[in-house]
Design a protein around this ligand. Structure first.
Ligand SMILES: NC(=O)c1ccc[n+]([C@@H]2O[C@H](COP(=O)([O-])OP(=O)(O)OC[C@H]3O[C@@H](n4cnc5c(N)ncnc54)[C@H](O)[C@@H]3O)[C@@H](O)[C@H]2O)c1
Length: 250
């Protein structure tokens, strides 16, 4: 059992009913954290669910692409709790499109959320962490950043998620000596709604390529993130952890 009692943990994109973020938030709450559910939508529902399970949740509307919205969240949290211990940059969007058909607007939308939004939230949250001399930042990258695409995302998604990894490594050199670690996880195919909507022949093909012969579970992603965000992961920074059943190894 990892200990998060008294810690304030932000999970962006935690409103999605069947998404990874809600499971991440519930897992932190079960470890005693005060979890901030920050999303464009669904944040109230996730917070109610966590409270019904005996956890502590604080819902807040957040658009990661809007600096004013990000600054408002950080100010609200500092006024209310006086600290931010953990940030999980989970909010993300994807789009299945070939480069031949991709517009500049498609590219900009994907980067706006997955990369620029992550930058805005990270920059705003790391300030109080540095002042406190303690913080944990965990970013959601993807196997598609490493192997150049999966099943759903286009080249813009792979590029943005690769950007997340490079950004995180660079930032870890800047701030790790101030008590703040920053790491990435790279999930492979995870058992979310998109997976369930795939045609049977594609499911078979994908499963055949995974050494563990199954998709990952959202809980398995959450477990890894909670570890990286714990005090126990004190000497890990600038790292990327694959959660992909062996579908990509490096
Ligand atoms: N599902 C997978 O198989 C998989 C694999 C690898 C990586 N990932 C990454 O994991 C993360 C979660 O994926 P998911 O499948 O749970 O997605 P999801 O679509 O279920 O959830 C994403 C959440 O992000 C929120 N969001 C989108 N734009 C936002 C914005 N501008 N501001 C604030 N919130 C915003 C959405 O409202 C949603 O609640 C993403 O970063 C995704 O790229 C997912």
């Amino acid at each position: 059992m990892l200990e998060f009692d008294g810690q304030v943990v932000i999970v962006t994109g935690a409103g999605s009913e069947k998404g990874i973020g809600r499971v991440i938030a519930r897992t932190f709450a079960k470890q005693g954290a005060q979890v901030v559910i920050a999303d464009l939508r669904g944040q109230e529902e996730t917070a109610k669910l966590i409270e019904s399970e005996g956890g502590k949740a604080f819902p807040i509307e957040l658009n990661v692409t809007d600096k004013a919205s990000v600054d408002h969240m950080v100010k609200t949290l500092m006024d209310k709790f006086g600290r931010i211990d953990v940030l999980v940059n989970n909010a993300g969007i994807s789009q299945k499109v070939t480069v031949a058909d991709m517009t500049l607007e498609d590219m900009q939308k994907i980067f706006a959320v997955n990369m620029f939004g992550l930058f805005l939230v990270t920059q705003a949250c790391m300030k109080p962490m540095i002042e406190a001399g303690y913080g944990r930042i965990v970013n959601l990258s993807s196997v598609s950043a490493k192997r150049g695409g999966g099943i759903f995302g286009g080249a813009h998604y792979s590029a943005a998620k690769a950007g997340v990894m490079a950004f995180s490594k660079n930032l870890s050199r800047e701030i790790s000596d101030k008590g703040v670690t920053i790491n990435c996880v790279c999930p492979g195919l995870i058992n979310t709604e998109i997976w369930k909507s795939l045609p049977e022949d594609l499911v078979k093909k994908v499963i055949d390529d995974i050494p563990m012969k199954r998709p990952g579970e959202t809980q398995e992603v959450a477990n890894t993130i909670v570890f990286l965000a714990s005090k126990e992961a004190s000497y890990i920074t600038g790292e990327e952890i694959d959660i992909n059943g062996g579908s990509h190894m490096d």
